[in-house]
Design a protein around this ligand. Sequence first.
Ligand SMILES: [Zn+2]
Length: 137
Amino acid sequence: MKSTKENQCKDKNCPIHGELKTRGRTFTGTVVSAKAHKTIVVEWGRTRLIPKYERYEKRKTKVMAHKPECMNIKETDIVKIQECRPLSKAKKFVVIEKIIEKTKEITKEKESKKEIKVTKNKKNEKTSSTKKKSTKK
Ligand SMILES: [Zn+2]
């Protein structure tokens, strides 16, 4: 997996050239978003059995993964990601391999049935004095 242009990749969190160790689960998924600088969003489907109806329900898993500098990944590509140490709040996966580079546009199958989450009754807590200001870095 080592490329000849090793000096170009200065990414510490590159699994090939950097110091990042990967361990844990490996997944293969489609890149949904590659807009962020070093982050991509990978999505893959899975099925879940509903015992009452004896049918399977299609579900999707979406995770954020770190995109190393040396990899040129675009949306709709198929990549292999592996678990690693938490790189940020939401990132604990890293791209280890690009499997297929797709040129076709994503078929717009946005049938994402969002689950209706039961909103928990908020307890009346005294939050008037301790309002946290959102600090964006
Ligand atoms: Zn690299």
